[in-house]
Write a new protein. Structure first.
Ligand code: PLP
Length: 449
């Protein structure tokens, strides 16, 4: 089929039949969108013939780009050998077993067990049931409350959306009543006159205050991303995580690190928990575990929780038809094989990310850039009306949405959250490709100013 000739027909069918996630459905039905039909290395192509540098690694998942054929081949082989069997009823399959072992090896030392899901959302749902089961088995059934952060994104199911702190999502379905939210550590927006270190301590201590308010005997867990991603790539002040860790340790609160974006090299080490010195009892992963090529997520269960679950007796009443799907696990294994057999994470951390972060800081002098923040291959530019006062852009002015659209039209895929431009390029970018990203971003910023 000549795809290009059929672009108009495809777009028409898409508008007629396809409801898109996180999209203004009326607008899409009227105007349609871009149909992506091919990708290689760090570039995507659409049916109109445009080639775009993917500054977002898809949806923060294709960390190794689009040309990792060994993953595709592993999936194909697995589909021929054993396309499906479930992991219920005392059954298992080889890729799931091998991936569980490999994950135990690459994740921090406290993790030896994994529960597989198909997505990050389901993994965070799983966290809720794991935590409730853990405290029930310990004879503390009143410990049921979760604390999370405003503007956090932990997924789209009703439970994961409740753990998240995105107000518009809460408005579109009533969520769980046992989740409470504290502020995110967004120094630029909320720090006022405080220095970053002092602000980091202050905002971390909101957790302590919330535990006091709700009762230590009722709060079960605190969930957070090491670096909040969809919430705006919020880089925490250095003081933040040590204080959060202290509070959780002293108060018998489980710490859940949601590593769905941070995991597998994004922040410079294998996991964001390692970058920030966090020791969680539970850890959510998804996305880059298969380099985005197959749906797979899960929860790494630390020894403290696993020991109780494994000695508690009675059924853990939770599972998904595709938990530990053999083809998805084969994709995960092939991805880990690439990561473990190469120095991609180290090269990105030591050579590519420093170049990326240094070049981004050239925009600090740009008239509409209030702050440049980032860690590893992860960054945001906060756009402002007034750099000195940090005054926000007026709603009617050209802002981050306009800037994103200009960048996209100019061949660079980046995203916007609030007034921030956000980026998470593949770890396999070269420094020359980072320079192309910077050049295209600069043009979009100039067009927006
Ligand atoms: N947690 C975080 C931190 C995420 O960024 C996301 C998705 O972007 C999720 C959970 C949900 O993952 P999924 O979209 O695979 O359900």
């Amino acid at each position: 089929m000549d795809i290009k000739a059929d672009t108009a027909a495809l777009r028409q069918l898409d508008r007629a039949h396809h409801l898109h996630p996180f999209t203004d459905l009326q607008d899409y039905a009227e105007h349609g969108g871009r149909i992506v039909n091919r990708a290689e290395h760090i570039y995507i192509h659409d049916t109109d013939g445009n080639k775009m540098l993917d500054g977002m690694s898809g949806l923060w998942c294709c960390n190794l780009g689009y040309s990792q054929h060994s993953i595709a081949e592993a999936v194909y082989r697995q589909l021929r050998e054993l396309p499906y069997y479930n992991n219920f009823f005392k059954c298992s399959n080889q890729p799931a077993v091998e991936l569980a072992k490999a994950l135990a090896e690459v994740t921090p030392a406290q993790f030896k067990h994994v529960f597989f899901t198909n997505s990050g959302s389901e993994a965070n749902d799983t966290n809720i049931r794991l935590v409730h089961r853990y405290f029930d088995l310990l004879g503390k059934p009143e410990k049921k409350l979760f604390i999370s952060r405003k503007n956090a994104y932990h997924g789209s199911t009703i439970a994961a959306g409740s753990l998240g702190g995105m107000a518009p999502m809460h408005k579109q379905a009533i969520g769980l009543t046992y989740v409470h939210h504290i502020n995110q550590p967004h120094w630029f927006e909320n720090g006022g006159d405080l220095g970053e270190a002092e602000y980091g301590l202050q905002v971390a201590r909101e957790l302590e205050a919330k535990i006091e308010e709700l009762g230590e005997d009722k709060v079960a867990a605190f969930i957070a991303e090491p670096v909040q991603g969809a919430g705006g790539v919020i880089i925490p002040p250095q003081t933040y995580w040590p204080e959060i860790q202290r509070i959780c340790d002293e108060r018998d609160i489980l710490l859940i690190a949601d590593e769905v974006i941070c995991g597998f090299g994004r922040t410079g080490k294998w996991f964001g928990s390692e970058t920030y010195g966090i020791k969680p009892q539970l850890m959510t992963f998804a996305k880059a575990i298969t380099n985005g090529y197959m749906p797979l997520g899960g929860v790494m269960v630390g020894d403290q929780v696993a020991d109780v679950l494994l000695s508690g007796g009675g059924e853990f009443t939770h599972g998904l038809t595709y938990s530990g799907h053999p083809a998805a696990c084969a994709a995960g294994l092939a991805t880990l094989e690439i990561l473990r057999g190469s120095d991609i994470i180290e090269t990105a951390a030591e050579q590519i990310a420093p170049h990326f972060q240094r070049r981004l800081r050239e925009f600090e002098g740009h008239p509409i850039v209030g702050q440049v923040r980032g860690q590893g291959m992860f960054a945001a530019l906060e756009l402002v009306a007034n750099k000195a006062s940090r005054e926000r852009l007026a709603p009617e002015s050209r802002g981050a949405v306009f800037c994103r659209d200009r960048a996209n039209s100019n061949g660079l895929m980046v995203r916007q959250t609030g007034d921030a431009m956000i980026m998470a390029p593949p770890l396999v970018c070269s420094t020359d490709e980072i320079d192309i990203l910077i050049e295209k971003l600069g043009i979009a910023l100039d067009e927006t100013a």
